[in-house]
Design a protein around this ligand. Sequence first.
Ligand SMILES: [Zn+2]
Length: 91
Amino acid sequence: MYGHPQDVQGECNARLYLGDDYGDNECTIRCQREPEHEGKHRELFGSPGREVMIEWELDERKEREAAEAEVEKVLSEEEPYEGGPYNRHPK
Ligand SMILES: [Zn+2]
């Protein structure tokens, strides 16, 4: 499965975004606990003998949405490059 995980009904769905070692990719961790749960968010994955559990505190969805809205705002205010939108980085 590629792309962001879908929300699952009946689960918390809080997100944690982790970057890779090269800074050009990321993965999304999604909380599988019940909605409105107490304590940390949690995702379990892996396979028998290689189980992984990630716990975290802050649901990063609001920060992500705010950051994406800011990017949209900046892009919408940017002066059009004379080479056109597909030529922002001429060689
Ligand atoms: Zn959660």
